[in-house]
Design a protein around this ligand. Structure first.
Ligand code: NAD
Length: 472
């Protein structure tokens, strides 16, 4: 049993003022594996004060000094990769390949930030003015459970690159990962107060950060509902906000696509991170003229996906993070059936052979209409919908008929055609015949998928305020 009873403020591990204990689970077994003592609003205020004090000096650091710190952070987190991988598997249930990627990603974001920082122009001439990019102030960084370590490190790397100090409020459900990352970052020897990590409840610690006049900027990754609440609560202090929220991403399979390539990619896009991914391609748009062919291949592909023990290398889909999330996904599968969609593969309940663990059967619906609940709401589990279209115009219209706009996928044998279609999709990223990630490119959403961008130069600018000097 793990007992986590420290938070990190002003360069030291301290006992929280908060006394609430929160249970941590292994989602593959449903067993309680430990408890974490949660911070409260007073702890948040201490952390904010420490970050504010540290900002006075840190804002004046040179790019070279910040690169050196980012490099030490990279090395320190990299050195804990195996521990982080084990924690991600135990506490989150990520399958081996995904867990490895997540553990590596937590350190690689620091080198990505270094690359961005090297090329960034903090001073530019614009007309008669000299424009400088000045760090915004103390940043409040709030992360979800579906990639907690990666989001802590990615947001912190961007804040540090900009010269901001930070208060981090990780997901309370990911305390093992947070502990390992905090220990690693402590080893990197940042000036005290530059980053502070306070695990607590969102509506307590998170709300205190959003309301604080001493926090200039919030970077939040999580649900659209909480993101909207942050905009409202941050309005009084005109908080700068970056929001990375939900999605209902389309995979548009054009009628010239090579299905031998498109089907496995579309299924993998839908089931990435066990379906608990904001960028999951959950609406698969298929030409009606080739629907039967696509269905047959996709059914076979989904039936071959192993949902099970995350420790087994054959597993591609691990358990849902919590009982609540498992019940939510089951509710959506039921809703899809009730609304008249046809189950091609999977369905309700656990995969065969499992009586415990928050495991879901990888599920593929067809005959889905875009106005059905399963096509409109983010399920955040391995549940995909095939939606048929009659022509390219209709495919584009269906793809854009969503309140979200985070990512889209286009499959076609003709790159020029794919480009024309991609140009008409309202989404922050469009991936053509690939599932690749590019850390130098902006990441974020149109419409209700968010505000602003992370990664690369756009991500760095989100922590900076432009200031123009005239007459100099
Ligand atoms: P969530 O919104 O419930 O929680 C996210 C974080 O916000 C947690 O740390 C939580 O404690 C905190 N929080 C909750 N209430 C708060 C409040 N009132 N003020 C401040 N902070 C508060 O989301 P979740 O369930 O942890 O994560 C799943 C969601 O995250 C999904 O909707 C998913 O789409 C989204 N997500 C988006 C991206 C992206 O980059 N766009 C990436 C991963 C996950």
């Amino acid at each position: 049993m793990y007992t986590i009873d420290h938070i990190y403020i002003d360069g030291a591990f301290v006992t929280p003022h908060g006394t609430e204990r929160f249970e941590l689970f292994n989602p593959a077994t449903e067993a309680v594996i430990g408890t974490v003592r949660l911070a409260d609003a007073e702890d948040a205020r201490h952390a904010i004060a420490a970050a504010k004090r540290a900002f006075d000096a840190f804002r004046h650091t040179t790019v070279e000094e910040r690169i050196a710190l980012l490099r030490r952070m990279h090395e320190a987190v990299l050195a804990r990769e195996d521990d982080l991988f084990a924690a991600i598997r135990e506490e989150y249930g990520a399958p081996v390949s995904r867990g490895r990627w997540m553990a590596k990603h937590a350190s690689s974001v620091f080198t990505d930030a270094i690359d961005t920082l090297r090329d960034f122009a903090f001073e530019r001439r614009m007309g008669t003015a000299t424009v400088v990019m000045q760090p915004a102030g103390v940043a409040g960084l709030i992360t979800p459970w579906n990639s907690n370590a990666g989001f802590i490190c990615g947001k912190l790397a961007a804040a540090i690159a900009a010269g901001c100090t930070a208060v981090i409020k990780p997901s309370e459900m990911s305390a093992l990962q947070t502990k390992i990352v905090t220990e690693a970052l402590h080893e990197a020897g940042a000036p005290t107060g530059v980053f502070n990590i306070v695990t607590g409840r969102g509506d307590v610690v998170g709300a205190e950060m959003v309301a604080s006049p001493d926090i200039a900027k919030i970077s939040f990754t999580g649900s659209t509902a909480v993101g909207k609440g942050i905009v409202r609560a941050g309005a009084d202090s005109l908080k700068r906000v970056t929001l990375e929220l939900g999605g209902k991403s389309p995979s548009i399979v054009l009628d010239d696509a090579d299905f031998a390539h498109a089907v496995p990619l579309a299924i993998a896009a839908g089931f990435m991170n066990s379906g608990q991914a904001c960028i999951a391609g959950t609406r698969i748009l298929v030409p009606r003229s080739r629907k039967a062919e696509f269905e047959a291949m996709a059914k076979a592909a989904v039936e071959a996906v192993v949902s099970g023990d995350p420790g087994d290398p054959a597993t591609e889909v691990g358990p849902m993070v919590s009982e609540k999330q498992w019940s939510r996904v089951q509710g959506y599968i039921r809703k899809g059936i009730d609304e008249g969609a046809r189950v091609l593969a999977g369905g309700e309940g656990r995969p065969d052979g499992y009586a415990r663990g928050w495991l879901v059967r990888p599920t593929l619906f067809t005959d889905v209409r875009n106005d059905m609940t399963i096509a409109r709401e983010e399920i955040f589990g391995p549940v995909l919908s095939i939606i048929a279209y009659d022509n390219e115009e209709e495919a584009i219209a269906i793809a854009n008929d969503t309140s979200y706009g985070l990512q889209a996928y286009v499959h076609s044998a003709d790159p020029a055609r794919a480009r024309r279609v991609a140009a008409r999709i309202d989404a922050g990223r469009v991936l053509v015949n690939t599932l690749a990630h590019e850390p130098k490119a902006p990441f974020g959403g149109f419409k209700q998928s968010g505000l602003g961008r992370e990664y690369g130069q756009f991500g760095l600018e989100a922590y900076l305020e432009p200031k123009a000097y005239l007459g100099l």
